[in-house]
Design a protein around this ligand. Structure first.
Ligand SMILES: N[C@@H](CCC(=O)N[C@@H](CS)C(=O)NCC(=O)O)C(=O)O
Length: 209
C-alpha cells in the first residue's frame, strides 16, 4: 500500500504511528507541500482536496487520516488499536470525530499562526486569530484533561487509534505555543504516547523549535 504523505504533517504522523504499531510497511511517497506538490494535477486526481495523507491500496484510494487509520487497523484483526467491542469502537470514533472537527480547529490555527507562517514568510501572526484559537483550545483542553483524569489512555487501558489521532497535533505543542500549562493530565498522557516506539518512529526527522 502506498501512502502519499509529508513527514511534518500531524495528519500523517497519526497514520504512520498506526502502521508502525500494527507492524505494517507502507510504501511512502513524498508529497512536497513546500513545493506545492499537493496541487499537481496528478496528485489532485487522487485527492481533490490537495492535502495529505492519501492511501492507495491497489485501485482503492482513501483520504482523511482517521479513515485511513481505521482501514489499516481492519487489515490486522485482533489488534488493540481498534477494539472490536461495539462500545469501545464507538468511543474510538467519538474521539477521532472530536479531533477532526474540534481539536484541529484550535491546534491548526495555533500552528499556522505561531509556526508555519514563520517558515513560509507568510506574514506576522494575527493576534485576534491567536486569541480566538487559544480560547477554543482552553475549552477543548478542559474536556480532554477532565477525561484523562482517571485514565492512562482515551478509551482503553492501552493506546487506541483515538490516542494517536488526538495526540498528533501535539507534536507541535511547543512551536505552536499551545497553552498547556494548566492541563497536567494531557501532558502526562502525551508523555506516555511519546514513549511508544511506534510514535517515535512516526515523528518528523527534523522538528521545528
Ligand atoms: N482532515 C484531513 C486534514 C488533512 C490536512 O489538512 N493536511 C494538511 C497537512 S497537516 C495538508 O495537506 N495541507 C496542505 C495544504 O493545505 O495545502 C486529514 O485528517 O487527513
Amino acid at each position: 500500500m502506498k501512502l502519499y504523505y509529508h513527514p511534518n504533517s500531524p495528519n500523517c504522523v497519526n497514520v504512520l504511528a498506526t502502521a508502525n504499531q500494527l507492524g505494517m510497511q507502507l510504501d511512502l511517497q513524498l508529497v512536497d507541500l513546500l513545493k506545492g506538490a499537493q496541487k499537481d494535477p496528478a496528485y489532485l486526481a487522487l485527492n481533490p482536496n490537495g492535502r495529505v495523507p492519501t492511501l492507495a491500496d491497489g485501485d482503492f484510494i482513501l483520504w482523511e487520516s482517521n479513515a485511513i487509520m481505521q482501514y489499516l487497523a481492519r487489515k490486522k484483526p485482533g489488534n488493540s488499536l481498534w477494539p472490536v467491542d461495539d462500545r469501545a469502537r464507538a468511543d474510538v470514533s467519538r474521539w477521532q470525530f472530536w479531533q477532526a472537527f474540534h481539536w484541529t480547529r484550535a491546534t491548526g490555527t495555533l500552528v499556522w499562526e505561531n509556526m508555519v507562517k514563520r517558515f513560509l514568510n507568510a506574514g506576522a501572526p494575527d493576534p485576534a486569530k491567536i486569541k480566538e484559537a487559544e480560547d477554543l483550545f482552553h475549552s477543548l483542553a478542559a474536556v480532554l484533561d477532565g477525561h484523562l483524569k482517571s485514565r492512562d489512555y482515551l478509551v482503553d487501558s492501552q493506546p487506541t487509534l483515538a490516542d494517536f489521532s488526538v495526540a498528533a497535533p501535539l507534536i507541535y505543542a511547543q512551536p505552536g505555543r499551545f497553552p498547556l500549562e494548566k492541563y497536567g493530565n494531557i501532558r502526562s498522557w502525551y508523555g506516555r504516547i511519546e514513549k511508544l516506539d511506534a510514535w517515535k518512529k512516526a515523528l518528523p526527522p527534523r522538528m521545528p523549535s
